[in-house]
Design a protein around this ligand. Structure first.
Ligand SMILES: [Zn+2]
Length: 90
């Protein structure tokens, strides 16, 4: 069996897995804006979990990985995607 080429890893915990199992954050090549799921440009992948999201926010991992200043709004958008009850009280 050929090794899958679409394996990605989480910018926080480095867990590897199929591309589709992560949230994709993209700094779009054209607009320069950071957006979710769509766009052509530099991408960062993150586990869809409260833990990784929290750490990513705290350590500013996405911005670092995308090499740009990132709006906190992206983290809010991702937070809204968490399954209800999954987000840890802080
Ligand atoms: Zn992770």
């Amino acid at each position: 069996m050929r090794r899958a080429t679409n394996v990605r890893c989480c910018v926080v915990c480095r867990r590897a897995g199929p591309k589709t199992s992560f949230w994709r954050v993209v700094r779009d090549h054209g607009s320069g804006l950071v957006q979710l799921d769509e766009g052509m440009g530099r991408s960062a992948y993150l586990c869809p979990t409260a833990d990784c999201l929290k750490l990513a926010r705290k350590k500013r991992r996405l911005g670092r990985s995308l090499r740009c200043a990132m709006d906190d709004g992206i983290y809010d958008l991702l937070e809204a995607r968490l399954e209800p009850g999954q987000s840890a009280p802080d």
